[in-house]
Design a protein around this ligand. Structure first.
Ligand SMILES: N[C@@H](CCC(=O)N[C@@H](CS)C(=O)NCC(=O)O)C(=O)O
Length: 211
């Protein structure tokens, strides 16, 4: 498999964690988002949205990290990223989607660049935007986690899709110096999981394209 990735892309980070958890060997192909490589014609032919990650498997390319995660889980079921019952799966997906669908897209590079360039906003406005959506997203997730987490995992006493989405998002929030003090449950999960070998090897600093 080939993973088209960027070291600090949180969506790519999710897929790296899953590949590591499942012990799947892959080649990293860096796409430099700072240089706009995601908009090169070659890459757009692979991923018309101009976003990382993309995963090539057996000559076919897959896009969208959540779709890729579920594909990997179906093809390589051990260890599972989703629990056994329909109800538990729905709850895990709700946690994962709160990050991947509602929080992350608002603070994506292209959204911040649009505010900065097309709409002419200065860095203080960009920062306020970023922090606002982090606080709204993580605040709600913390409330959810207080009902579902044992302080080590977001849901159900084992690693799930929800943790795979949480850890990269918390990395991003730290990178932008967001105040994480209000999210004690989320911080506890991060502290527990970030030393796990699959998570540590997927971290931005451990990537071949990291500066
Ligand atoms: N929903 C997509 C989001 C992918 C995404 O937003 N990737 C970001 C990096 S985390 C990206 O490629 N941004 C490039 C840009 O904004 O130009 C997924 O989960 O794969």
């Amino acid at each position: 498999m080939k993973l088209f990735t960027f070291y600090r892309s949180s969506a790519a980070y999710r897929v790296r964690i899953a590949l590591n958890l499942k012990n799947i060997a892959y080649e990293s192909v860096p796409v430099d988002l700072r240089a706009g490589a995601q908009r090169d014609a070659h890459y757009l032919a692979r991923n018309p949205q101009g976003l990382v990650p993309s995963l090539e498997d057996g000559g076919t390319t897959l896009n969208q990290s959540l779709a890729i995660l579920e594909y990997l889980d179906e093809k390589h079921p051990e260890p599972p990223l989703l629990p056994g019952s329909a109800l538990d799966r729905a709850r895990v997906r709700a946690l994962a989607l709160a990050v991947a669908c509602d929080l992350h897209p608002l603070n994506n590079q292209r959204v911040l660049n649009y505010l900065r360039t097309t709409l002419g906003q200065d860095e203080s406005v960009i920062d306020a935007w970023y922090r606002h959506w982090i606080a709204a997203g993580l605040g709600a997730l913390e409330q959810m986690a207080q009902h579902t987490s044992d302080g080590r995992y977001l849901y159900g006493g084992r690693i799930t899709l929800a943790d795979v989405c949480l850890i990269p998002q918390m990395f991003n929030a730290r990178r932008f110096n967001c105040d994480l003090a209000p999210y004690s449950t989320l911080r506890s999960v991060v502290a527990f999981l970030e030393t796990h070998p699959a998570f540590a090897a997927a971290a931005p600093a451990a990537q071949p394209d990291a500066p």
